[in-house]
Design a protein. Structure first.
Length: 639
């Protein structure tokens, strides 16, 4: 049959402009698409040959070959798969987006360019990505079973194509790209190796190319060595899709080597998670929990998340849609049978299947962490020191898994040695019978917290206090609120009613009544505080500052001030608590009762406030006034 020129069945000029200029973010993807198509063609003939062995024509060594012709400026992708006849070529290559073409094109034309990749659908546009790098594409194909007769298709992508019947010796398809000048780097061996490794490394079939290698040949006795250049066919892809193999086939070394390959980590992982999900959504996953935190882990531009494959074909790295952000330390691969991608197959679409995979992966990771914490605590502690900070984010953002995350939290406490940790479950189990609440204290370091006056009353009762030394802990306790029916209570907030029995309450009420005038006087003179009251939490110190329950504490406020956010939030007003049994407070009470108009009373009261400011870790707003008041007291005492 002579050559025919046929029009494309859609408005190809407009479509090609979108494909070439807007659809793909990285034009290297054209090779992924062509290799993926070639792999599908091989899989198709392998399947069909089960019932019709004659299709193989005696040839079954499957491969996809890249052929470089620098003189002609062409790159050919050749497969020995099922091939196409003339009708199939016209149907498959002459029609852009056969399913829903008109609706698809209308959506593209009506949508802003920056939003186009988010359109939902699979439109079979991979082949046309070739025109991002080629100004002409030639396809030579012969369908398995058609003896020697093939078809030639050619187009420059400008609205029409030519098709003719030709002789072709072997079955399969050759896609010949006549590369544009700015795409000639795709003729370089290193470039092709890099693209294949990045996008098609785990394709089942070998991706090969001929390369020139110079070898040194030793001469016979008395002859000099010579160099000889040979052409050898080399395989570019590893084909080792470890996650597709069964666990019984893999050794620890296999897992560790693959981890290093995908993570750029020189060490071994802390844990391997390898499993197959079946049912509503099917996928295979090979996940790793790192042992050490990468040096750039907190870099906001660092890529995290998983590598996503669909049937061995690389789709994207940094696939954050498959895991919540608080699990961004997890490395690994997810290979799905199918997923809803955007038109260019570069982005996931919002879809119940994606949500299902995320839920499945999250549950598996959390259960693995729980098993590690319960069965390998030392190993888990080392992991937690590196990644506990980001794990805590989930308590405030993932309400579905809040309880599971709470079980994974670790803290130092007033009763643990420095560097040792206790879980919330262990804390609750060790609580005295009369303790009804879980106590915690936030601060900059364990050393500062151990010396805090807020611990005095709790320690006297024999209760433990969790030490929380990371800024995020403020939001952790707000997210949790309680654990196993026990409220989380900050020992620097609220009334701490759990420390007082009926007798202690009656005594405090009596003393409050006796000292109400002094308390009112101090409240009036110390404008910085919201209230002045007697304390049930102090046993040794004279005073402390507390916040109302539910309000931001001093520790987090001070951090926000340091990072320049002072004007962006309203400081929580403090309550000044006094220890009525402390000698200083008792003396102040006596002086007030002797002479309520004594000018020194305000200075004494303000000194109690200022020492409480220092004890909570805050800075004095009037350090000069504090120094003057201290000097005045020293002079009176020393002279």
């Amino acid at each position: 049959m002579s050559m025919e020129t046929l029009p494309f069945k859609t408005e190809m000029t407009k479509m090609m402009d979108i494909i070439v200029n807007s659809l793909y973010s990285n034009r290297e993807i054209f090779l992924r698409e062509l290799i993926s198509n070639a792999s599908d063609a091989i899989d198709k003939i392998r399947f069909d040959s089960i019932t019709d062995p004659d299709l193989l024509e005696g040839e079954s060594g499957w491969k996809i070959k890249l052929i470089v012709d620098k003189d002609a400026g062409t790159l050919t992708v050749r497969d020995n798969g099922i091939g196409m006849d003339r009708d199939a070529v016209v149907e498959n290559l002459g029609t852009v987006a056969r399913s829903g073409t008109r609706e698809f094109l209308e959506k593209l034309q009506q949508t802003k360019a920056e939003d186009r990749p988010e359109l939902i659908g699979q439109f079979g546009l991979g082949f046309y990505a070739s025109f991002m790098v080629a100004d002409k594409v030639t396809v030579l194909s012969r369908m398995a079973g058609d003896k020697a007769k093939g078809v030639r298709w050619e187009s420059s992508g400008e609205g029409e194509f030519q098709v003719e019947t030709v002789e072709k010796e072997r079955r399969g398809t050759d896609v010949v790209l006549h590369l544009k000048e700015d795409a000639k780097d795709f003729l370089d061996e290193w470039k092709l190796r890099t693209v294949v490794r990045n996008y098609s490394d785990f394709i089942e079939h070998p991706v090969v190319m001929d390369v020139m290698r110079t070898e040194k040949i030793e001469g016979a006795e008395g002859e000099e060595a010579r160099e000889e250049t040979r052409v050898t066919e080399e395989t570019l892809n590893s084909r080792q899709a470890v996650w597709l193999r069964s666990k019984s086939e893999l050794s620890e070394q296999d897992y560790n080597e693959f981890y290093k390959h995908i993570s750029r980590d020189f060490g071994d992982p802390a844990k391997v998670i390898h499993y197959v999900a079946e049912g509503v959504v099917e996928f295979k996953a090979l996940l790793y929990l790192p042992r050490q935190r990468p040096f750039d882990f907190l870099n906001p531009e660092r890529k995290n998340g998983l590598n996503l494959y669909i049937r061995r074909v690389f789709i994207m790295d940094d696939c954050t849609d498959l895991l919540p952000s608080y699990l961004r330390f997890v490395q690994g691969v997810v290979d799905a049978a199918d997923l809803p991608l955007n038109v260019s197959r570069e982005l996931l679409q919002q879809n119940p299947l994606v949500d299902k995979i995320q839920s499945n992966l999250t549950a598996k990771i959390l259960s693995t962490l729980k098993a590690m914490k319960d069965g390998e605590k030392d190993k888990y502690i080392e992991f937690y020191k590196n990644f506990g900070l980001v794990l805590k984010e989930g308590v405030h953002t993932d309400w579905t898994n809040k309880e599971k995350l709470a079980d994974l939290l670790l803290f130092e406490s007033a009763k643990t040695e420095a560097g040792d940790f206790v879980s919330l479950a262990e804390y609750v189990e060790a609580m005295p019978e009369d303790q009804k609440e879980i106590y915690f204290l936030l601060g900059e370091s364990r050393k500062l917290l151990e010396a805090s006056p807020y611990l005095e009353g709790v320690r006297k009762k024999g209760y433990d206090v969790l030490f929380m030394t990371e800024p995020i802990d403020e939001w952790v306790v707000q997210g949790l609120m309680e654990y196993k029916g026990k409220r989380l209570v900050g020992v620097d907030k609220g009334e701490l009613e759990g420390l007082e029995g009926e007798t202690e309450k009656e005594q405090k009420e009596k003393k409050t009544e006796e000292m109400k005038d002094l308390l009112g006087f101090l409240k009036e003179k110390i404008a910085e505080v919201e209230d002045v009251r007697l304390s049930s939490r102090l046993t040794d110190s004279a005073s402390c500052l507390v916040s109302k329950e539910g309000r931001m504490g001093a520790y987090v406020e001070n951090i926000l001030k340091k990072i320049g956010s002072e004007g962006e939030f309203e400081e929580s007003p403090r309550i000044l608590e006094l220890n009525p049994d402390h000698p200083v407070v008792a003396a102040l009470r006596g002086r007030y009762e002797a002479d309520p108009k004594d000018a020194r009373l305000e200075d004494y009261g303000r000194l109690l406030y200022e020492q409480a400011v220092l004890a909570e870790g805050s800075k004095l707003k009037d350090p000069v006034g504090f120094a003057r008041r201290m000097n005045d007291l020293l002079v009176r005492d020393l002279t």
